[in-house]
Design a protein around this ligand. Sequence first.
Ligand code: HEM
Length: 343
Amino acid sequence: MATTIPYSFRLNYVVVTVAFVLLVLVLTNRCEASELRLDYYASSCPTVFDVIRKEIECDVQSDPRNAALVLRLHFHDCFVQGCDGSVLLDDTVTLKGEKTASANINSLKGFSLIDRIKNMLESECPGIVSCADLLTIAARDAVVLVGGPYWDVPVGRKDSKTANFALANTNIPKPDDTLLTIISKFLYQGLSVTDMVALSGAHTIGMARCESFRSRIYGDYEVTSEKDAVSESHLRDLRSTCPLTKGGSSENNVTSLDYVTPDLFDNSYYHLLLKGQGLLNSDQELYSSLFGIQTRELVKKYALDPLAFFQQFSDSMVKMGNIVKPESFVDGEVRTNCRFVNT
Ligand code: HEM
């Protein structure tokens, strides 16, 4: 006699299996944050924090956009085999780097800033400070210099001898990913929905290219944004920066992710989302998606309470910076040039 399994039982089974798979993925991807310490360079390179801060200070003073470049580099590094400087590797005959992956190509910048700081560190303490640590510290300093919060950066990361082009294509969230896809990409890294909403607040600084926001401004921007003269004129400006027809020179035209205070790290990004004016689809989804019950509440909270945003952003940055593969402490190295593995 054939027995039928009740629907609710099958559903529970699917939910438990998916949760189990995610748990296994998260655990196998887990960091050994205990290996990272605040005083790791205290005797081997006591000036490391000062050197990096001074250099980033010059970069951000000469152009505040540099803060955004460094912060994004760090994020794209950590989401691919952990924070191990893999994003900094150039393509060679034997190594395919991550720079030409879809989320990075024609978009990720700031490599020369990192090279310059690395050269300074190599003359100060040769072979000691990893590129992955350099990037993590520089990202913190960059945020502070444009008005954002300070947090202590645990250090001791090693640089990878490999990069992963395929993982760069799959792990890094894309602006037209659905909210659920983006949440699952963060969960996979061991980062929560709260981390995701707080870290997205990084879009309070920096720019995006036409290619990244075209589908948004010719899609539901008019539906989500308020029908007032300011919003309407802003949308007209965006559309003249980024015409509907693809191709040509406008493809690389850029506009600020936060047009109200583009060079200041504040909570204005969340105010824009409340007004339905997020620039990327992925930004506005945090507030407007039907599936965004939790994310919507967090957006409201960070819009109302800038200190709560700063506190959570700091905590989440430490968490993201601590995504380190346990093997990296054994297999990794301190590169002398961030673009190439040591010979
Ligand atoms: C939540 C998922 C995210 C998506 C889908 C996303 C996507 C994007 C896209 C498409 C751009 C514009 C790139 C271009 O057009 O060249 C961008 C810029 C930027 N992103 Fe994100 N991002 C996300 C999360 C983050 C996180 C977690 C951080 C850092 C903690 C971050 C930091 C930045 C910064 C600073 C910029 C401006 C870079 C510049 O001025 O060149 N993003 N992001």
